[in-house]
Write a new protein. Structure first.
Lengths: 318, 538, 118
């Protein structure tokens, strides 16, 4: 009986998580279209539903009806596994994100590490896709993707060490609770900036969207993917955006803390604000070049993150 | 030193040269020189030393002979010298001048494939525009598709070997770490059917080989088939982004050769629509250039502005892109008061928007990083490859045909020619941005002075038959010098029309500037050259 | 291990869902073969048929090594950061020394041009 209850509970949560991920991705796509439309002096989708609300639903259904083109001369195993592997970690990360004080599925004492461990898997799918496609553009995109996420993983990890030193825990709930009074973005403004830039690069968002830079390498690592396989990359990219924004909210913006409104609303508001910032940046800046990207990562962000860490340590000791 | 006393120096290095001084205002040549083929290299070297650039090189089929026509010109102030070399059809071999002017490389390849001539010691004698294995020579008079003769089959074999060497390098030639990537014909940032064969090592480019001809429509052959009026539609389709200017180019060469006087009002209208068209062209370039660099938003902003210009031009001409608005001796329709009012309103609005663009882009950190010191074209490279227009002006070459060889109307107005210093992508960007403002100035002045009167010459020229002779006239197109070399035999059809298009020459320097750069730089350079593919291929 | 049980269950579920997506598209989507359609895309030009999995000269080896070094550093730093407040000055200076040593190495690589991307 107990076993059955547990299974039921898990099934329900799974439905919620997968439902949320899907709706979230659809909403983000719609939001991106609308935000870009407003920035670019146009309307965006207007036909399907109120202000095109259901446009992305229609697009998702369309993607199910698209032919899966599997080119000849591919390396089958990495090619076919890559889109699944792209989905896999992003969904699992959702388990540990606390939307409210008691609104989470898994409460791990190493939540931060868990998230980084799984989000680092994303680059594997990029490389497998590029390597398996037997396409020069894909290969270039994959190589760029690997170099980029290696370079930006380190400042990302280093920048949040200051936060962890202040609150002394890796538990996401604990970190949020430590920000009851003051958000960590005030203690660690530099770390927040480094974190935000690094997440842009980690999620392959413009101006760091080099692995899929369409004016240079067609569509980068997913040039040879179509239909639902392409949709999986797409879904994981948008979910990834949500995850890093949620992480930034938890680590720097006080998580669900906020007056008047219920906790999940505050949390989602902060997350979507950060996502809005990402979109704003995307539609304002040109794309950076690969060597400049590496220079920024290795020569500016990493030293800055180390300095930030050192200063935090000294201040804490004093 | 002027061209007039240059003739003595020419006779020194080419003793048997026949030198004539034709009427410049009619033919567009200060000097014409006829030399033997063995003297052409020495003569070209002379021109090279005297700071000329090779403006154009064209083949002409004179029934019993082939003629190769070289046009040399100088930056700053036009001093055009035409050099003719005639060879018999049995032995159509001319020494190459491509070791002196690299721009001749492509010109000679083009002449060779269209006429079946040979350029001795040419470094790369493969097909440029026609298909790789073609053996026909379509610009030869009386050309009919009759299959391959034995001689042509022999040519074909030689050609195939050359191509094998060049186009598809064997694995053995490649080191383990290099590879070839095709950029185009179906690539988002070539903006048309241009193919670039990139030899790469990692992200670095070791070499570039442009493969042309995907959008070749044989405009030059079409000009010979129809009469002078029938060529109008083609002029609007070569560089379809500044069709008005190319209209003007065709009008100009025929009007000058026949001595047709254009009424003042028509000239003003021509200037207004042409400069508006130039702005539209530059706006489209701005949008696509930034799209190539990865910024999507400016594209939609500039298109919104371009749309207004297109609406204005539609009011004047009834067309939106491939205009045929000009006619010999004027323009087809008059403009009304409404056009003037709306154009004035547009100028005001456009100035505000240009300020916005500068705010949004000119100091943008990433734009600066992507364009500064990328794709540097030196003054010398610009001269060697015959680069013109904003590309050359960004390198500091003071060559704007509106100043160097102005049509009479341009001398009435004030405008500046913006120049760059370094010749990098950023300078090409700033030069074009500044040019838009100068064009606005020109339009504004022309609107103020727009006289009343006829918009076509009266009586309209009935029979368009320029006297037999050779004419060359150039105008400043949106991308550089658009020159037309017209050979007339006094009949109602052009005998030979050579279109000297700016993109053709501007593209030829690509391999010179892109070595050692990365693929994103390549995209930036391509964008900054502002290529229109039918303008390259014709 | 108990903490992570749900993880494996979700992992299985995610796999199931992705498979369902693929099966669904298999049911709905058309499938028409044509030789040209399945060729590798290379800007509309016939691409080489051999697998394009070459060595790329990106100094990847060096970058990967550096990444490993920093990653190990982070592995040390994380547990240290969690307890940084409680442990004494000795541990702090110990870590400071470790980081300085690392920074010297970093500066060396920088100087040698190992961070210049090519």
């Amino acid at each position: 009986m107990d076993m059955l209850l547990v299974m039921l509970k898990i099934g329900m949560y799974a439905a919620i998580v997968i439902g949320f991920i899907t709706v979230n991705a659809l909403f983000l796509v719609w939001m991106e279209r609308k935000v870009s439309a407003k920035i670019q002096l146009r309307h965006g989708p207007m036909e399907v539903g109120w202000h095109g609300t259901f446009q992305t639903f229609a697009d998702a259904i369309k993607l199910f009806g698209k032919e899966l083109i599997t080119p000849v001369n591919i390396d089958k195993v990495p090619y076919l596994l890559a889109p699944m592997l792209a989905m896999f970690p992003t969904i699992l990360i959702f388990l540990v994100i606390p939307i409210g004080e008691n609104l989470h599925i898994l409460d791990l004492n190493v939540g931060v590490l868990y998230i980084f461990a799984f989000s680092a898997l994303g680059v594997l799918s990029i490389f497998m896709a590029g390597y398996g496609s037997n396409n020069k553009y894909s290969m270039l995109g994959a190589v760029r993707g690997v170099a980029q996420s290696l370079a930006y993983e380190i400042p990302l990890l280093l920048s949040i060490l200051g936060v962890i030193m202040i609150c002394g825990t890796l538990n996401l709930k604990g970190i949020v609770m430590a920000q009851d009074n003051v958000w960590f973005v005030l203690y660690q403004p530099l770390a927040f900036v480094i974190f935000f830039i690094s997440t842009l690069a980690e999620t392959n968002r413009a101006p760091f969207d080099l692995p899929e830079a369409e004016s240079e390498i067609i569509a980068g690592f997913h040039t040879e993917y179509s239909g639902i396989r392409f949709a999986m990359f797409f879904l994981s990219e948008y979910t990834h955006m949500f995850i890093v924004s949620a992480l930034a909210t938890i680590l720097f913006l006080g998580g669900w803390n906020g007056p008047f409104l219920p906790e999940p609303v505050w949390f989602l508001l902060k997350v979507y604000f950060l996502i809005f910032m990402m979109m704003w940046i995307r539609f304002t800046f040109p794309r950076i070049r690969i060597d400049q990207l590496m220079t920024l990562g290795w020569k500016i962000l990493i030293p800055l993150a180390l300095v930030n860490l050192l200063v935090t340590g000294i201040v804490l000791k004093l | 030193m002027t061209v007039a006393n240059f003739s003595s120096q020419i006779s020194e290095c080419a003793p048997s040269a026949q030198i004539e001084t034709p009427d410049f205002s009619k033919t567009g040549h200060h000097l014409t020189v006829t030399v033997n083929r063995d003297q052409i290299a020495a003569l070209t070297q002379k021109f090279f030393d005297e700071q000329f650039f090779l403006e154009s090189l064209s083949g002409v089929d004179l029934i019993e002979n082939f003629q190769v026509t070289y046009h040399f010109n100088r930056f700053k102030k036009t001093e055009r010298v035409m050099v003719r070399v005639q060879v018999t059809k049995e032995d159509p071999v001319v020494p190459t001048v491509s070791h002196i002017f690299p721009s001749a490389n492509w010109f000679e390849r083009e002449a060779a494939e269209f006429y079946g001539m040979k350029f001795k010691d040419h470094p790369n004698p493969v097909r440029l525009i026609l298909p790789e294995f073609s053996t026909y020579h379509p610009l030869v008079k009386g050309y009919k598709d009759e299959g391959d003769s034995a001689k042509e089959v022999q040519d074909l074999i030689e050609l195939e070997e050359a191509i094998q060497k060049l186009i598809s390098p064997t694995v053995g030639q490649l080191q383990t770490k290099d590879y070839f990537v095709n950029m185009g014909p179906q690539h988002p940032s070539t903006h048309g059917l241009l193919r670039l064969l990139l030899h790469m090592k990692g992200e670095r480019i070791l070499g570039v080989d442009p493969v042309l001809g995907y959008a070749h429509r044989a405009d030059e052959k079409m000009a010979e088939i129809g009469n002078y009026l029938q060529f109008w539609p083609n002029t609007g389709r070569i560089d379809y982004l500044c069709a008005m200017l190319y209209n003007w180019g065709w009008a100009n060469v025929v009007e000058k050769s026949m001595g047709i006087e254009v009424p003042e009002r028509a000239q003003h209208i021509r200037l207004i629509v042409s400069e508006l068209n130039r702005i539209a062209s530059h706006l489209l370039w701005l949008g696509t250039f930034l799209l190539d660099l990865g910024a999507f938003t400016p594209f939609l902003y500039t298109f919104a502005d371009r749309e207004k210009i297109v609406d204005l031009l539609e009011m004047a001409s009834g067309e939106r892109i491939t205009f045929v608005y000009f006619t010999f001796g004027g323009v087809l329709y008059d403009v009304d008061e409404q056009f003037v009012i709306q154009t004035r309103a547009f100028i005001k609005e456009m100035r505000d928007h240009l300020k916005d663009y500068h705010k949004l882009l000119t100091k943008n950190v990433i734009l600066l990083k992507r364009t500064k010191d990328v794709g540097i074209i030196s003054k010398e490279v610009a001269r060697l490859y015959g680069a013109t227009g904003p590309v050359a002006r960004a390198s500091g070459v003071d060559y704007d045909i509106r100043k160097a060889e102005p049509l009479s109307i341009y001398t009435q107005f004030e405008f500046d020619v913006p120049l760059g210093e370094n010749g990098d992508c950023y300078d090409r960007y700033t030069v074009r941005m500044e040019e838009m403002e100068q064009s606005l100035r020109l339009v504004e002045q022309a609107l103020d002075k727009l006289p009343e009167g006829a918009f076509q010459c009266k009586p309209a020229p009935k029979r368009i038959k320029p006297e037999a002779g050779e004419y060359y006239q150039a105008i400043e197109g949106g991308r550089g010098e658009f020159g037309i070399y017209l050979v007339s035999d006094g009949k109602d059809k052009p005998y030979r029309v050579k279109l000297r298009t700016p993109c053709f020459s501007n593209l030829s320097l690509l391999s010179e500037v892109s070595k050692g750069l990365t693929m994103p730089d390549m995209v930036a350079i391509l964008g900054s050259l502002d290529l229109v593919i039918p303008d390259i291929d014709r | 291990m108990g903490d992570f049980t749900p993880l494996f269950i979700y992992g299985g579920l995610v796999l199931f869902v992705t498979c369902v997506m693929l099966v669904m598209t298999g049911l709905f989507a058309p499938f028409r073969t044509s030789e040209v359609k399945f060729q590798t895309y290379e800007s509309g030009v016939q691409a080489e048929t051999a697998l394009f999995q070459k060595r790329f000269p990106l100094k990847h080896y060096l970058v990967a090594l550096l990444f490993l070094v920093f990653d190990i550093e982070v592995v040390f730093l994380y547990p240290w950061a969690v307890v940084a407040k409680e442990i004494g000055s000795f541990a702090f200076f110990e870590m400071a020394f470790f980081m300085v040593a690392l920074l010297v190495g970093f500066a060396y690589v920088w100087r040698k041009g190992g961070l210049t991307w090519d």
